[in-house]
Design a protein around this ligand. Structure first.
Ligand code: ADA
Length: 582
């Protein structure tokens, strides 16, 4: 399942869901003669009983049948973590990062059968700066959907929709990014409709051979309703691309050559002093950090489970998800759009030291991830914060340069959302002046380097922030929590019991929710998740990689529900406190 709404009424699109041939392989050149397994796509290979802990290379194969010659777009929503794509034996794409989509277009592909093969790698190689042994699990495989599309001579690559209110009337800046994939210049025309009613004229234009074009215009929509938490109105924006003077030999019929449907909402996010406003209404983010993980499916979360997660969160009175620590599957974002759930979406980078940030591939891999995240998700009204570089080296001078560069990159693509990052560089951070919202990961009462007194600690940190770049900005407590093993209960309420987690969350949440400048409290975490269990504790150079010795069951156990989504005692506490905010 690709999306929650139809993306095309004209363009032919087909999801390649179902069984694919699969085989683990030892090196990239040796494609299997015989494929040993049939694996489901989307899916993680660890779900097969013979591949439970497999880390390395895996070859996928699927035969595609085309009825007629066409330009073929191959669309991959997530290959974990590196994917090399081969079409009829020829390499056609390479992509790094499990959590962002990529595509490739093949011109004039003949009718008949074709072989699509993908070499997927989830090993922690030295080329991989972002996928490292970490406090979550890098699964292997085609973990998000794969689709094929048939294109004509030009197509609508993307739409960018930025709503804004002027004198009480909704406006939107709409950009259409078009691409001509032929060797000829083309005269084209674009028509668009919002909600099948408002006709949006983009006029006629020439698009040069093999090039992209951005058409941008501003429109007013006096009678639409805004998107909000309690009333998440969404509108379909249907765009169509016509060829005006088709070549005599053109196979395009009726001049219509492509369409793309986007779903949009009208909302504006502002930061005013210590307040966070959506459509001029002050909001409070009550929420969770969530990993895409479940023992039965790994990171390939099906729609039913996405929905269940949101049902549980809403049952607890939550209105926000932070997609820690990577861009999420769009289907999940679609659901958040529909349900009025706020999303902090962040790039893929968790807990990197300066040394790790200076990895030769770090800059490029982050830049690719930022671009793919913003370009693909810019139209989701639910996303109200872009985050980057969770708990990285924001106390170091070179670290600051990297934060600054990445924030600037995002600003060139989107200025409509506040920017933030979650810091753990308490009393040392030198990047707080770069953000719109100051976000703190504070583990009071759990890890021993923090004071156990929530008020004393928080007030000291707040004072420090105001003198160090964070003055007069809203604050989000982007992580706080405690580990609890599901089912471990004991009257002594010792660490790892459900009772201890409940006590601590009660105390912390009660305090944070009462502070005016705290506009968001995001619990670490929604559900227990699997962590990478390799690494040698204490070995120099592997610091942070040996997760197992602080992670009983090789899981991060700070979930309010366990990995099967069974509520721990803290569930009712969180529910009581979040619901009291409504
Ligand atoms: C960090 C980090 C999370 C998780 C958490 C924890 O704040 O951002 O990914 O590792 O700590 O459980 O310790």
């Amino acid at each position: 399942m690709l999306r929650l709404f139809e993306r095309h009424q004209f363009r032919k699109q087909k999801e390649l869901a179902g069984l694919w041939n699969f085989s683990p392989v030892t090196d990239k050149e040796s494609w299997p003669k015989k494929y040993e397994y049939q694996l489901n796509v989307p899916g993680c290979w660890e779900m097969h009983p013979e591949l439970l802990n497999y880390r390395g290379l895996g070859a996928y194969k699927k035969i595609i049948k085309l009825e007629k010659e066409t330009n073929l777009r191959l669309l991959f929503k997530g290959g974990s973590h590196t994917a090399d794509v081969f079409f009829d034996g020829k390499k056609v794409a390479h992509h790094y990062n499990a959590y962002t989509p990529f595509d490739t277009i093949l011109n004039n592909v003949e009718a008949g059968e074709h072989e699509l093969k993908i070499m997927v790698d989830n090993s922690f190689s030295k080329e991989s700066a972002l996928h490292t042994p970490n406090d979550y699990y890098t699964y292997g495989g085609l973990i998000r959907p794969v689709a094929v599309e048939e294109l004509n001579s030009a197509y609508i690559k993307r739409i960018e929709f930025i709503p804004q209110q002027k004198d009480g009337i909704w406006q939107a800046k709409i950009a259409l990014i078009l691409e001509n994939i032929t060797k000829n210049d083309l005269d084209i025309k674009v028509s668009a409709f919002l909600d099948d009613q408002h006709k949006l004229d983009f006029g006629k234009i020439k698009i040069a051979a093999n090039s992209q074009l951005k058409l941008e215009k501003e429109f007013a929509f006096p009678e639409v309703n805004g998107w909000s938490e309690n009333d998440p109105n969404l509108y379909l924006l249907k765009t169509k691309l016509y060829l005006i003077k088709p070549e005599k030999q053109s196979k395009d019929s009726n001049y219509l050559i492509d369409d793309l449907i986007e779903r949009v909402g009208f909302r504006e996010i502002k930061v005013e002093g210590t307040k966070l406003l959506v459509n001029n209404q002050e909001i409070k983010l009550l929420g969770f950090n969530r990993h895409e993980d479940h023992p039965a499916v790994g990171a390939a979360i099906p729609f039913s489970l996405m929905k269940k997660d949101l049902d549980l969160m809403e049952d607890m009175g939550s209105n926000t998800v932070r997609t820690s620590h990577y861009p999420n599957d769009e289907l999940f974002l679609d659901l958040c759009d529909e349900r009025g759930i706020f999303v902090w979406e962040e790039n893929h980078a968790r807990g990197f030291s300066l040394e790790q940030m200076l990895h030769p591939n770090f800059d490029q891999q982050c830049a690719d991830c930022n671009r793919e995240m913003v370009e693909n998700h810019i139209n989701h009204p639910a996303i109200i914060v872009w985050g980057i570089l969770n708990e990285c080296a924001s106390a170091a001078k070179q670290g600051r340069e990297i934060y600054n560069k990445q924030f600037n990159q995002i600003k060139t693509m989107d200025q409509s959302r506040p920017l933030s990052f979650a810091t753990r560089e308490h009393f040392k951070d030198i990047c707080l002046d770069l953000v719109d919202i100051v976000s703190l990961n504070i583990y009071t009462g759990w890890y021993d380097w923090f004071s156990d007194d929530v008020a004393d600690y928080y007030q000291r940190e707040k004072k420090w922030l105001t003198e160090n770049g964070g003055a007069n900005k809203p604050i989000i407590i982007s992580e706080f929590g405690a580990g609890a093993i599901y089912g471990f209960r004991e009257p002594g309420r010792v660490k790892w019991t459900e009772e201890r987690q409940q006590d601590l969350l009660d105390e912390l949440l009660t305090y944070y929710l009462a502070q005016d400048e705290i506009v968001g409290t995001l619990i670490w975490q929604f559900a227990d998740c699997k962590v990478t269990d390799d690494g040698i504790p204490g070995e120099p150079g592997t610091a942070g990689t040996a997760w197992f010795h602080t992670r009983p069951r090789s899981k991060n156990n700070k979930g309010i529900v366990d990995e099967y989504r069974r509520p721990k005692l803290a569930y009712e506490t969180v529910k009581k406190l979040f619901k009291a905010q409504k």
